[in-house]
Design a protein around this ligand. Structure first.
Ligand SMILES: [Fe+2]
Ligand SMILES: [Fe+2]
Length: 258
């Protein structure tokens, strides 16, 4: 089939979504054009962002199948993505970078700072497709709701895998709720190469960041309370002791709030 010059030009400049960042209090979506140029789109252009995510949905039929399993209609919640990008994912990124820099060179030799940064900024992207009555339920989730909620890491992976993001980053998005015992979710696919240290950095930063935030069903926990809860996970074999040590070092130095 012949492609017109106009369509060719359009295809060349087609943009790939790299993620979302927070700049001067506003959320921005980061795109990379085929010609290599990086472009920022303001968070105000919600209609356009919705269209981008809709296109992402269309690129991977697995997403529709996952949603069908629970009879969920794909409703794109840009507001949630903006809040997560500027709040929780941004904070997780800060903690993850803190853990990364406090780790010994030997432990982090197989993982790059760029991968940790990207994965922590993108890890909860899948929540954009979780129905708000589940995502924002002000009480304990029942078992079906829990199953739906737990799909967010796989949904995020499936959404982002068509966007030219590197495999290591994608695996960290998919397994950011896994732990050292591999008893988290989703179950580890035998073909995937799990980068335990990378997963540990993201998942520990994610947990610490979540505990330090108020949720609809609980108050914000103090630094000591949060560190104690995570220390219990070290004793249970879910968190690597050196990752915990690095988190402790980061929190003691830089988390100044009570
Ligand atoms: Fe998550
Ligand atoms: Fe998270």
């Amino acid at each position: 089939m012949l492609i017109s010059p106009k369509l060719m030009k359009k295809k060349r400049n087609e943009m790939r979504l790299l993620g979302a960042v927070q700049i001067s209090g506003a959320s921005f979506f980061v795109y990379k054009k085929r010609n290599g140029k990086i472009s920022l789109k303001s968070g105000k252009e919600e209609k356009e962002q919705k269209a981008v995510v809709k296109r992402m949905l269309g690129l991977n039929p697995t997403i529709a199948k996952l949603l069908e399993r629970y009879k969920i209609k794909p409703k794109i919640d840009i507001k949630t993505l903006k809040e997560l990008s500027s709040g929780h994912m941004n904070d997780t990124c800060r903690v993850a970078m803190g853990i990364f820099s406090a780790l010994s060179a030997n432990l982090k030799k197989d993982i790059s700072e760029k991968t940790i940064k990207e994965a922590s900024m993108l890890h909860d992207w899948g929540k954009i497709l979780i129905p708000s009555k589940v995502l924002n339920k002000p009480a304990k989730l029942n078992s079906k709701e829990r199953e739906i909620m737990n799909m967010h890491s796989t949904l995020g992976y499936e959404l982002l895998k068509t966007q030219g993001i590197n495999e290591e980053t994608l695996d960290l998005v998919k397994y950011h709720h896994q732990n050292l015992k591999h008893s988290g979710y989703p179950a580890i696919n035998a073909e995937d190469h799990i980068q335990d240290i990378g997963v540990q950095i993201i998942s520990t930063a994610d947990k610490y960041s979540a505990l330090r935030e108020a949720r609809v069903y609980r108050r914000r926990l103090t630094k000591i309370e949060s560190l104690l809860i995570l220390y219990k996970e070290v004793l249970e074999g879910k968190i690597h002791k050196d990752i915990y040590k690095a988190l402790f070092e980061y929190a003691s130095k830089y988390d100044k709030a009570a």
